[in-house]
Design a protein around this ligand. Structure first.
Ligand code: BEZ
Length: 211
């Protein structure tokens, strides 16, 4: 199945390292990050899961629940978790789905047969409180993800959900933003009485609202 931006994230029931879940119920009113890794007991994945565990407070601060997945079993994940805690310095503090029958992998198109027909690719889905898919990125097995980038996109998504703005290239929280293209100057005067700089009629730069 293909999952596209704006689609409702497919719901599923699955076993995890923290008990059985129904995905939508587990998300509740939170934002969510669902990310897959190719295989347990592999080096890049070990560093990724350790890093996510370390920065979990950053996800918590943003009201984002994080959940991992591979087609290995929950029992395998649990055995591997002790290695991750030992080698990466932070115990895994979020659930990992044991997707042995590939239900979730198939729902989210996480198996790309021309890359591998047995392992999931490194997918990342960010899901909003409305259960809609806001971001998806796919990395190859050989490249560990940059989770700071995931946090950066979540900051942008949360800001642009609140204000009619967009964020420019390489934006990080606190940088100037751009007034959304659909906002007329008349509307912008109401929305942003603090004013903005018009670089071009289509490029209006504004201090980040709320900062
Ligand atoms: C890794 O996590 O190190 C990895 C997993 C599958 C294929 C290649 C690398």
């Amino acid at each position: 199945m293909t999952v596209r931006l704006g689609d409702i994230a497919p719901n599923f029931d699955a076993p995890t390292t923290q008990g059985d879940i129904n995905f939508h119920d587990w998300l509740g009113d939170s934002w969510g990050v669902l990310f897959s890794h190719p295989k347990d007991f592999t080096p890049v994945c070990t560093t990724e899961l350790g890093y996510v565990a370390k920065i979990k407070p950053e996800f918590d601060k943003r009201n984002v629940k994080v959940i991992g997945l591979s087609v290995d079993s929950v029992e395998s994940h649990l055995k591997w978790e002790s290695d991750i805690g030992e080698t990466q310095g932070t115990p895994v503090n979020f659930p990992m789905i044991g997707d042995t029958d590939k239900t979730v992998a198939n729902l989210y198109d996480m198996i790309h047969p021309n890359a591998s027909d047995t392992m999931t690719v490194r997918s990342v889905f960010v899901i909003g409180p409305d259960k809609k898919v806001k971001l998806q990125i796919t990395y190859p097995a050989s490249t560990g993800r940059n989770f700071e980038e995931i946090l950066r996109v979540i900051d942008s998504l949360q800001l642009t959900a609140k204000y009619k703005v967009a964020t420019p290239a390489n934006w990080t929280d606190g940088d100037d933003v751009i007034i959304g293209g659909a906002v007329t100057d008349e509307e912008a005067k109401q929305l942003f009485p603090q004013g903005w700089t018009t670089v071009k009629p289509y490029l209006r730069v504004l201090h980040q609202p709320g900062k």
